[in-house]
Design a binder for this molecule. Structure first.
Ligand code: ADP
Ligand code: MG
Ligand code: MG
Length: 252
């Protein structure tokens, strides 16, 4: 299968601290991958480095996406190329209503440009799909939103932008049953409507049961220490990360 995302020998960190060490990871178009690992392993850092967050410096290796080397590209170029990252802590933007924000990010994408009326219809459609109250759209972006409401915003963005690759960083953590079902439905619709690829960073094995997982990757201390089929998730669910942590110690 042709690879959508290919990460080769990637090392990265902040100015003070190396965090990722020689990461190799590939995701094919339309595939669902899961990235697991203990807290502090470097999972979020990998997501941010794929997105081009300038906080992190790449010190080795390459990232290519859709046949192009994007290692030195700016985050907005990566976003235009079709990469989407949901942040663990979304920013609050006072004064900007959610609806205007969604309209702006959609208009920035030439292939998604549309009339105001069609856009309104599309947003309405997505709100229905996600069982979301449309009153929500006039509120200021993320200001005072609950954890679950912020996730709904993410799912709205995901379904509007239809990226080729969505990296969802613990987008399902700390959610109540209702919010979790919104996230599940959003992911399902994304998979179905645009056959988008997913890189899910999660500790929640229940949300994964509904997804058809192609590959599971395990990160410990900035190294990818294991890769396997979906059944690896059940193994981790039962046995935790201990055996991988031992493996990573003996690797050094
Ligand atoms: P995970 O998402 O797997 O829990 P992170 O990627 O958030 O792990 O963090 C990996 C390690 O890198 C941690 O030790 C964390 O403190 C450190 N780290 C991540 N981002 C920064 C940063 N911007 N500045 C300093 N240290 C960071
Ligand atoms: Mg974490
Ligand atoms: Mg994290």
């Amino acid at each position: 299968m042709s690879q959508l995302l290919t990460i080769s020998g990637l090392s990265a960190g902040t100015d003070e601290k190396p965090i990722l060490h020689g990461i190799d990871l590939s995701v094919g178009a339309g595939e669902t991958h899961v990235l697991m690992g203990p807290n502090g392993a470097g999972k979020s850092t990998l997501g941010h480095v794929i997105m081009g967050d300038p906080v992190y410096k790449v010190t080795g290796g390459t990232i290519s996406f859709d046949g192009e080397d994007i290692t030195d590209k700016t985050p907005d170029k990566r976003s235009l190329a079709g990469i989407f990252l949901s942040y663990q802590a979304p920013v609050e933007v006072p004064g900007v209503p959610l609806y205007s924000f969604l309209r702006t990010i959609t208009q920035m994408r030439p292939e998604l440009k549309t009339t105001a009326r069609k856009f309104r219809e599309r947003v309405g459609e997505i709100c229905d799909q996600l069982d979301m109250d449309q009153g929500f759209l006039t509120r200021e972006l993320n200001v005072g939103f609950s954890g679950g409401e912020k996730k709904k915003v993410e799912m709205l963005q995901l379904l509007l932008l239809q990226p080729k690759l969505a990296i969802l960083d613990e987008t399902d953590s700390g959610l109540d049953v209702d919010a979790l079902s919104v996230v599940s439905r959003g992911i399902e619709a994304y998979r179905k409507e645009c056959d988008g690829a997913l890189l899910m960073i999660t500790h929640n094995t229940r949300i994964l049961e509904k997804l058809d997982v192609d590959r599971t990757h395990v990160m410990v201390k900035g190294h990818l220490v294991a890769e396997g089929p979906a059944s690896l998730i059940d193994d981790i669910d039962r046995n935790g990360f201990a055996r991988f942590e031992q493996a990573s110690t003996s690797q050094k």
